[in-house]
Design a binder for this molecule. Sequence first.
Ligand SMILES: [Fe+2]
Ligand SMILES: [Fe+2]
Length: 326
Amino acid sequence: MTDRHDAQAEHDAEGQAQFDALIDADSRIEPRDWMPAAYRKTLLRQISQHAHSEIIGMQPEANWITRAPSLKRKSILIAKVQDEAGHGLYLYSAAETLGQSRHEMMDDLLAGKAKYSSIFNYPARTWADMGAIGWLVDGAAICNQVPLCRASYGPYGRAMVRICKEESFHQRQGFEILLELANGTPEQRQMAQDAVNRWYAPALMMFGPPDDESPNSQQSMAWKIKRFSNDELRQRFLGMMVEQVTVLGLELPDKDIRFNEETGKWEHGPLDWAEFWRVIGGSGPCNAQRMERRRDAHAEGAWVREAAAAYAAKQAARAAEKEKAA
Ligand SMILES: [Fe+2]
Ligand SMILES: [Fe+2]
């Protein structure tokens, strides 16, 4: 018993030393490498939450596919929503390498045990929201995700490289919708401004609570999962938006935005963190609707999963028969 204990302790100490060396060298941790249990748990939570966000995030935009104002807009929006499904799949696959099945992750989401980004609990009220979501929400996602391409966990970083390429297309299509509306009739212009007004603050809050209220951030940065703090990313995003909004000829609904020459950082007005926590806690405008739709879609897709499993079993049986005959 003691021997086995000692052997395990020695194995862990060796593993930890190797892990630390890889992190120090800015190298990558791969699925078969030893990793601390807390590192695995943190990643599993982060990547699965990220995957759930991609899948739930399809809903506000999918609602507008049938109402898109032209065939061109419809096909662009379909492509964008399909991309988000693909992002979910890459991320579930990356999370599975940490030892939890996609099935279990999905069960946790459907049971309300797993979280997803609070931004997707807001409604998309007008066509201009497709522009504001692409510009602000996908824009914030890019700021958050570009540094994740260098995350210390290999499968996560590699998934993010592919995702980021598609996110830049998403942001540009949103920007272009807003640009067209901003140069349209006074009503269209107003619709674009209203959408920006509604999505601005929730998009800033996508980076998570302020640094002094985000206790897990520091550990994630030490493990090189995260490369920048929530506030750093938020400021970087704000700086980009301030520049781009002038091209749109619209305004950001925040009179306190300013560039602080001393700190070299962008500053914004107060954000309603009580609302943020309320929405995360399940009381946002669309939480119940999003979960209900997800549960329905899961139930409606049961026959597809069954058919795919039956086909895979048939293929495997055929392959085994062939091998026997050879
Ligand atoms: Fe995405
Ligand atoms: Fe996206």
